[in-house]
Design a protein. Structure first.
Length: 551
C-alpha cells in the first residue's frame, strides 16, 4: 500500500514539476498579454444628433457619419452609423471635432461640452487641484450634436491675456472689457482667449469663466504659461488644473468654411535646462496636427490659436523652438488660406513669414500677435471709475480684436476698450511749432493694428495727401504717459506703466512749419492690409517768437 502511494506521489510530483516549468516559461508571455491588453484599451461610442436635447443617445436618434473624434493623437471619422473607436491610455481626453452645421452642447458658463476625460486615478497631487478620479471607462462614450444654422460669414472675438492675478483685477477685466460687449451675443459666433487666462493662480479659472460668460457666446480657451501647474514635474502634468475646468489643451473644431485649431505651445519644463518654459510642440501634438489636417479640405481657412508667438525675431531671444515651427510649416504647406494667432508679449504686431523664415509657399504667412485685454498688466493711471488705463508698452491701448470671416477669407480689426470703434490710431505731435523753413518736429501715428504693408498718409488744411514713413521706434505718445510718473509732484493713483518697447505699427513724417502763423488742421488716413481706411484729425499752431500773431 505504502509502495503504491509512493509511486502515485512520485508521478504527481513529476507532473507538478513539469507544470511549474511550463508556467515558468508561459508566465512572461501571460504578463505581456495582460500588459498589452491594458496598453491597447479602446474607447468607443457614437456621435449623434440629439434631437430632444437631453444629452443622451436615445434609440431613435441617428448617428452622424464622417465626424472626427480624437484622443489627442489620432483623429478618426465616424462610420455610417456614427460610431468610432480609438486607442486610449490612462491619462487621455477624447473629444469630438465639431463639424460645420452643428453645435456641441454648451454649459451654463458658455463652455463647449465636446470632450470626455479619462483619468481613472485622477490627477497627481499638485498645489492646485486637477481632475478627480474618473473611474472605469464607460461602455460607450457618446457625443451629442445639435443642428445649427451656420453660415460662411460670421464674426468672432479674440482676447489676448486677461491675466488677472486676483479678483480685483478680474473686476477691472469685467468693467473695462466684458461690460462693453454684454448684449452682443447675436453678433458674434464665439470667442477665443489666447492664453494667460489668469495669473499663476488656477483657483481663478472659475471666477474668470463666470466673468466672461456675461458676453453670452460660446467661449474657447488657450492655455498660457501663467495657467500652468508650475509644480508639475512633466509637460503632460502641467495643465492638470486647466483640464479640470476647460478640458483638452489641444483640440479643433469647424465653423462655416473655417477650421480652428486650439493648441498648447508651451513646453514645461524647458527641455534644455529643466527650468521655466519654452515655446514649442510635443510629438503627440504634432501627431494630432498631422492626423487632424489630413481631414480638412484644402480650400478651408485654417486658423491656429496658441499663446507663445512662433516668431519674434526682432527680440534677441529664443522664444520658440525652431524645429517645431519648421514641422508646423511643413504640415500647412498645402493650405493656401492660413492664419496663426498668439498673444503673450503684451504688444501687438503683424508678422508676414516668407520662405526666408521657412514658410513653404510663395505668398507669406500671416502671424498676428494680439494685444492684450489686461493691457500692461492693469497698470497705469485710474479713470473716474477706478479702472486703470492699461496702455501697452508699444502704445497699443488695452483692448481686443474682432475677426470677420467670409468663406475662407478674413479681416481683423482692433477695438480699443473704452473708446469708440473709430479709435484706430493715436496721433502725436507738438502743440505749437515756431515758424521756420524746416523743423526737427515730427508727426507720429500709431496705427494699432497696422503693419509695414499698410499705407498711412497725412495732409494739412485740406491740401495734398503726403505719405508717412514706417519706422520702428518707441511711441512718443506712450513716453508722454510714462514721463508723467517721473515729473509729477504728487502720487498718481494706479501703478506705474511698464518701460517702453519698440512699436511695430508706427509712422513718422516731418511736421510742416513754413505755414502762416495760426491754427492748422492735420488729417491722417490709414489704410490697412484688408483695404479698410480710417481717418482721424488733430491740430497744431504755427507761432512767432514773443507771442506775435503776425510776421
Amino acid at each position: 500500500m505504502g509502495s503504491c502511494f509512493r509511486k502515485i506521489s512520485g508521478i504527481f510530483n513529476k507532473d507538478m514539476i513539469r507544470m511549474k516549468r511550463k508556467l515558468f516559461v508561459l508566465m512572461p508571455v501571460m504578463l505581456l498579454a495582460v500588459w498589452l491588453a491594458g496598453a491597447q484599451q479602446s474607447v468607443t461610442g457614437y456621435v449623434f444628433e440629439d434631437v430632444n436635447a437631453n444629452g443622451k443617445r436615445d434609440r431613435k436618434e441617428a448617428g452622424i457619419a464622417g465626424v472626427g473624434v480624437s484622443n489627442g493623437r489620432e483623429v478618426v471619422l465616424t462610420d455610417p452609423s456614427g460610431k468610432y473607436i480609438l486607442p486610449i491610455g490612462s491619462d487621455d481626453i477624447v473629444f469630438v471635432v465639431k463639424p460645420t452645421g452643428y453645435q456641441t452642447p454648451v454649459s451654463a458658463n458658455q463652455l463647449s461640452k465636446f470632450y470626455y476625460i479619462h483619468k481613472p486615478q485622477g490627477s497627481p497631487s499638485l498645489k492646485f487641484a486637477g481632475v478627480p478620479p474618473t473611474g472605469n471607462l464607460p461602455a460607450s462614450v457618446d457625443f451629442p450634436l445639435y443642428r445649427s444654422k451656420e453660415g460662411e460669414d460670421f464674426e468672432i472675438l479674440l482676447f489676448g491675456d486677461p491675466q488677472a492675478y486676483n479678483k480685483n483685477e478680474l473686476r477691472y477685466f469685467d468693467q473695462r472689457i466684458v461690460s462693453e460687449l454684454a448684449g452682443n451675443a447675436d453678433r458674434f459666433a464665439f470667442g477665443i482667449s489666447v492664453g494667460d487666462l489668469v495669473g499663476d493662480n488656477p483657483n481663478l479659472f472659475v471666477p474668470y469663466v463666470e466673468t466672461i460668460k456675461k458676453i453670452g457666446i460660446p467661449w474657447y480657451n488657450v492655455v498660457g504659461n501663467h495657467d500652468l501647474n508650475h509644480d508639475a514635474q512633466t509637460d503632460q502634468q502641467a495643465d492638470e488644473s486647466y483640464e479640470q475646468v476647460f478640458g483638452p489643451s489641444t483640440y479643433s473644431f469647424n465653423h462655416g468654411k473655417a477650421h480652428f485649431i486650439i493648441i498648447k505651445d508651451i513646453l514645461w519644463p524647458d527641455p534644455r535646462d529643466g527650468k521655466g518654459y519654452w515655446g514649442g510642440f510635443t510629438e503627440e501634438q504634432l501627431a494630432f496636427l498631422k492626423s487632424d489636417l489630413k481631414l480638412v479640405p484644402k480650400d478651408y481657412l485654417v486658423v491656429m490659436a496658441f499663446h507663445i508667438p512662433i516668431w519674434e525675431g526682432y527680440v534677441k531671444n529664443d522664444i520658440f523652438r525652431d524645429a517645431d515651427r519648421e514641422k508646423l510649416f511643413e504640415l500647412l504647406k498645402d493650405f493656401p488660406h492660413t492664419l496663426t494667432i498668439s498673444a503673450h508679449s503684451h504688444i501687438q504686431y503683424n508678422k508676414f513669414l516668407s520662405k526666408e523664415e521657412g514658410w513653404k509657399q510663395d505668398q507669406p504667412h500671416h502671424h498676428l500677435n494680439l494685444g492684450t485685454t489686461c493691457g500692461s498688466w492693469y497698470r497705469g493711471e485710474l479713470d473716474e471709475n477706478g479702472i486703470p488705463w492699461s496702455v501697452m508698452a508699444d502704445g497699443t491701448p488695452q483692448g481686443y480684436a474682432i475677426m470677420k470671416v467670409s468663406g475662407n477669407r478674413y479681416e481683423i480689426g482692433y477695438k480699443a476698450a473704452g473708446f469708440s470703434a473709430g479709435h484706430q490710431m493715436r496721433v502725436h505731435h507738438p502743440k505749437i511749432v515756431g515758424k521756420a523753413e524746416k523743423t526737427l518736429a515730427s508727426l507720429y501715428v500709431n496705427f494699432f493694428m497696422g503693419s509695414e504693408k499698410d499705407q498711412v498718409r497725412f495732409r494739412v488744411d485740406g491740401g495734398a495727401w503726403k505719405p508717412m514713413s514706417y519706422t520702428i521706434e518707441w511711441d512718443p505718445a506712450y513716453l508722454n504717459l510714462l514721463h508723467q510718473w517721473d515729473m509729477t509732484d504728487e502720487v498718481i493713483p494706479g501703478r506705474r506703466p511698464n518701460e517702453p518697447r519698440e512699436c511695430l505699427h508706427l509712422w513718422k513724417a516731418p511736421l510742416p512749419s513754413n505755414l502762416a502763423p495760426g491754427e492748422h488742421v492735420i488729417e491722417v488716413k490709414a489704410t490697412d492690409m484688408f483695404g479698410k481706411s480710417y481717418v482721424t484729425q488733430s491740430s497744431y499752431r504755427i507761432g512767432l517768437p514773443g507771442g506775435k500773431t503776425q510776421e
